[in-house]
Design a protein around this ligand. Structure first.
Ligand SMILES: Cc1ncc(COP(=O)(O)O)c(C=O)c1O
Length: 410
């Protein structure tokens, strides 16, 4: 394709993010992004649901919002009311729910409503790259708080809040991914949730809770949501997603907030409604099938996790350290300090192995430098094994890690 000669260089806003590059297909070994296990997408049931709901209600597509109003298809919100009560202890009504185009739209709406340039946000130090880049784009002052095996460190959060107070700074929110944290795959314990909530109350700083992965704990059990534990008030804004439980390409997420805040967020949702067919089909499907589907998906993901961790242990040996994941789709790996995972990401990318370098998944570049995130949901079991072997070869060639004795033939 030839480049268009009409020049926009001087017409674009100066503060645009870096230009995207053209899609050139997935890499052979794709350990990035939140892609799901494609074989687990419930194609037959979604097809049946689509036929049933379109036959029954297809004419409502003639209105913006499907006769359900701007907050999303009512049966989907009704499903969520029941699901959130049963799984997360959240009490809400359809009025407290906004269906969004992926939970990313929820992040964008909350940031648009709350974060002005120079505002402060407290977030977990290792974090979802998309949350970090969004805050950077809002020109926020980001304070990273370490995560331990029990979730966001309460003592570090307390210090960060005290420090802000001393400086006369009022953070806009504390953003957390409590259940299957991205990228560490830890679960914030109930005790830790209580501490974090108490600090939020004490310092009068709301919590922004992102529960993208909470359906994917290995045992299917999750602690109550922070939103539930605070008494279902706007002390906690809650977002969730169907990307990880059903399919990311559906672009369906949701946000729980009470009015009047819901009205402020809704006022910023200027897309005239999230995709209607997706909402209708998902609601039709989920009412009968969601729990059974997720149960099966968890097993598939756990099997892939076992394959990945076995491959990492076999190929990297003691050079790769990681805490066992409690669910989800990622492994967060620490390599020796001598390895710069951004350079590894560049070298591996040229040879068809895509990884997420730690610096893009952390607020602290020193902490992130020798860490990387591997997403294991999408590759086949064979691709997981082969991809990790190839990554270890490249890492050995570039950094001498993992160390290999001379007589090892590959
Ligand atoms: C923590 C977290 N939040 C939000 C998202 C966005 O998900 P989606 O917009 O597909 O719902 C992701 C995606 O990976 C994520 O990891």
């Amino acid at each position: 394709m030839t480049a268009d000669s009409f020049d926009y260089a001087n017409r674009l806003r100066p503060d645009l993010p870096p230009a995207a590059v053209k899609y050139a297909g997935f890499p052979k070994y794709n350990f990035v992004g939140g892609h799901n296990d494609c074989d687990s997408v419930p194609v037959a049931e979604l097809t049946k649901a689509a036929a049933a709901v379109i036959t029954r209600e297809g004419h409502t597509l003639g209105t913006y919002g499907l006769n359900s109003g701007p907050q999303g298809y009512l049966p989907l919100r009704e499903f969520l009311v029941k699901k959130l009560k049963a799984d997360a202890g959240i009490t809400c009504t359809p009025d407290d729910l906004l269906v969004t185009s992926g939970s990313l739209q929820g992040l964008d709406l909350v940031n648009a409503a709350m974060i002005a340039p120079g505002d402060t946000a407290i977030i977990e130090m290792s974090n979802y790259g998309g949350a970090i880049t969004r805050l950077k784009r809002c020109k926020a002052n980001i304070i990273g708080v370490p995560v331990d095996g029990d979730g966001m460190s309460a003592s570090a959060l307390s210090n960060a809040l005290d420090d802000c107070k001393k400086k006369g700074i009022k953070p806009k929110y504390i953003y957390t991914i409590p259940t299957i944290h991205n990228p560490t795959a830890t679960i914030m314990t109930e005790a830790r949730r209580r501490e974090v909530l108490a600090l939020s109350k004490q310092h009068d700083v709301p919590i922004f809770e992102d529960e993208c992965y909470s359906d994917l704990t290995w045992d299917g059990v999750r602690p109550p949501a922070l939103r539930a534990m605070c008494g279902n008030t706007n002390q906690v804004i809650h977002v969730g997603s169907f990307s990880k439980s059903i399919a990311p390409a559906l672009r369906l997420g949701y946000l729980v907030a009470s009015w009047p805040l819901m009205g402020n967020l809704l006022g910023l949702k200027t897309d005239a409604g999230t995709g209607a067919l997706e909402q209708m089909i998902l609601a039709e499907y989920a009412a009968k099938n969601f729990d059974g589907h997720v149960k099966g998906l968890r097993k598939v993901l756990k099997r892939k996790y076992d394959v990945l961790t076995e491959a990492v242990a076999a190929e990297f040996g003691t050079a790769a350290e990681f805490e066992p994941a409690k669910g989800g789709i990622f492994l967060w790996v620490k390599l020796p300090d001598s390895v710069d995972t951004f350079k590894l990401f560049q070298a591996a990318g040229k040879e068809g192995v895509a990884i997420n370098p730690g610096v893009e998944w952390a607020t602290d570049s020193t902490y992130g430098k020798s860490r990387l995130r591997l997403c294991f949901a999408n590759p086949s079991e064979q691709a997981l094994r082969d991809g990790v072997a190839k990554l270890a070869d490249i890492c050995h060639r570039e950094f001498g890690v993992p160390v290999r004795s001379r007589n090892v033939q590959r």
